[in-house]
Ligand binder design. Structure first.
Ligand code: SAM
Length: 226
């Protein structure tokens, strides 16, 4: 990202107030291949999950019921739909849906076994600060999964992305955001990079935080016999 055009919090809130009523019928389906890939990986994990930029909660019903899920987002309009979904689908594994800034999470260090942000890093005002927060709240041995569009520096697509960059505020996202913006500063280990449909437009980055997980491997470890 060249950092020339900065999207601020108020423009995010305004943009997603407009997106909220149509999101599930527009960007929602376009981005579903990436969501599915991330959810399949996450559902094999245990413990607690934080979804950052949960939006309208399209992923929420698809998380395995053994996961305890918390969602946060900056947009009250998107969150209203997410909460309605939780109620209508009676999702009993949702611990909370909170209005919160991803660059200033009100959670303790190491609070979650898995942290996911899907299609969020290009729309947040400060992606570097957000990555630092995702790392902070991820427990040792935990994973941070990021699904996003990342810019290409060559070919027609690279040219279009650079051309669109000055319109970032109007678009509500940064077309010229490069994966290196986060991979270069992450203190986590990048364990997998997967190009996703459609046309490799989106990418999943999977990071692991060093250390031993405290998530029990067996039910006996979770509740030792007395
Ligand atoms: C493209 S939507 C993605 C929603 C959802 N993750 C999905 O897969 O459909 C981006 C979301 O990020 C949220 N967002 C943008 N900046 C944020 C911030 N600083 N903190 C929390 N959420 C933010 C927006 O409100 C919006 O709901």
């Amino acid at each position: 990202m060249n950092g020339i055009v900065r999207i601020d919090e108020q423009s995010v809130i305004k943009a997603y107030a407009r997106w909220a009523p149509v999101y599930d019928f527009s960007f929602g389906p376009v981005a579903d291949a990436g969501r599915k890939r991330a959810i399949d990986i996450i559902n094999q994990r245990e413990g607690s999950l934080l979804e950052v930029g949960v939006g309208t909660g399209v992923a929420l019903p698809r998380y395995a019921p053994h996961l305890t899920v918390t969602g946060i987002d900056l947009s009250p309009d998107m969150l209203r739909i997410a909460r309605q979904r939780v109620r209508e689908k009676r999702l009993s594994n949702i611990a909370g849906i909170y209005e919160m800034d991803a660059s200033d999470l009100r959670f303790d260090d190491a609070a979650f076994d898995t942290v996911v942000a899907m299609y969020v890093m290009t729309v947040v005002p400060d992606p570097v600060k957000v990555l630092k927060e995702l790392e902070r709240v991820c427990a040792p041995g935990g994973e941070v999964v990021i699904v996003n569009h990342f810019a290409q520096d060559h070919g027609l697509r690279g040219w279009v992305e650079s051309f669109m960059a000055p319109a970032a505020r109007a678009l509500g996202w940064h077309p010229d955001f490069r994966a290196e913006t986060i991979t270069d500063i992450a203190t986590l280990d990048l364990v997998d990079t997967v190009k996703l449909k459609p046309f490799g437009l989106f990418t999943m980055l999977r990071f692991r935080k060093a250390g031993e997980t405290t998530v029990p491997d067996t039910p006996e470890q979770a509740a030792p016999a007395t």
